[in-house]
Design a protein around this ligand. Sequence first.
Ligand code: SF4
Ligand code: SF4
Length: 88
Amino acid sequence: MGFCESNNENRLQFSGIMIQLRIQKFMEVLPMAYKITSACVSCGACADACPAGAISQGDDSYIIDASACLDCGSCSDTCPNGAIVPAE
Ligand code: SF4
Ligand code: SF4
């Protein structure tokens, strides 16, 4: 393996590590604004109120897709059971 070839390989490895670190950092700062607790009775009102379509029926309760949530709070205001609370 020539010097240039080995250098390119090192550069590629370094780029891969940098991309991994950036993804990791992004996941750490991605906020989960609201969460749906076990008080959910699956009435569906929050899904209808969500302007981003970020709420859907899960296995046991409704769930919020954090990557689509706009942090507007409509779901929390709408829930008749107080089941949607700010995430820690
Ligand atoms: S409005 Fe409240 S009780 Fe109804 S589905 Fe949403 S979280 Fe569950
Ligand atoms: S905070 Fe707003 S955008 Fe996020 S899940 Fe609730 S209603 Fe949807």
